[in-house]
Write a protein that binds this ligand. Structure first.
Ligand SMILES: O=C(CO)[C@H](O)[C@H](O)COP(=O)(O)O
Length: 156
């Protein structure tokens, strides 16, 4: 898969480890920055990476900041982006199998890299259970909410 990675200074070190993991698993990585640990503003990196997900230029995104929620806040403002903050592999599994998320957000300051890399592995390999009626119904409801409240990129 083609994966957008992005984050701020607080997520930089873990982002580099995630990039190495994704490359070793033969995914293509597009790095939207930040490119070092100099203090920066998260929206400057997460917004363009989220647009790449929404436009289908990449298959999914993995965004890494200090604690994760900031990236999810920004990403979930974009039509077609469904982001979850995951701090353990079980959450990562459900974020895919139940919720069909296309963006994973991780907090580099609050979990160690061994757990973070396991989260990435699980999230990358878990399929959405779209044939289970309750999960399909719930995802469809979330999509309907975004159709009601967010503008598709083509309408902006
Ligand atoms: O975790 C974050 C958002 O979810 C950011 O990484 C955090 O807010 C950055 O803060 P600071 O500039 O004080 O390092």
């Amino acid at each position: 898969m083609k994966i957008a990675v992005a984050g701020d200074h607080a997520g930089f070190a873990l982002k580099e480890e995630v990039k190495a993991l994704l490359t070793s698993l033969e995914h293509e990585v597009v790095d939207f920055g930040a490119h070092n640990e100099e203090a920066c503003d998260l929206p400057d990196y997460i917004y363009p990476a989220s647009l790449a997900v929404a436009e289908g230029k990449v298959d999914r995104g993995i965004f890494i900041d200090g604690v994760g929620y900031g990236s999810a806040m920004i990403a979930n403002k974009i039509y077609g982006v469904y982001a979850a903050v995951c701090q353990d592999p079980f959450c990562a599994e459900l974020a895919r199998s139940h919720s069909d998320t296309n963006v994973l957000c991780i907090g580099g300051k609050i979990i160690g890299s061994a757990i973070a890399l396991e989260i990435v592995k699980v999230w990358m390999t878990t399929e959405h259970l779209g044939d289970v009626e309750k999960y399909k119904r719930r995802v469809d409801k979330v999509v309907k909410i975004s159709e009601k409240h967010l503008k598709p990129l083509s309408d902006l």
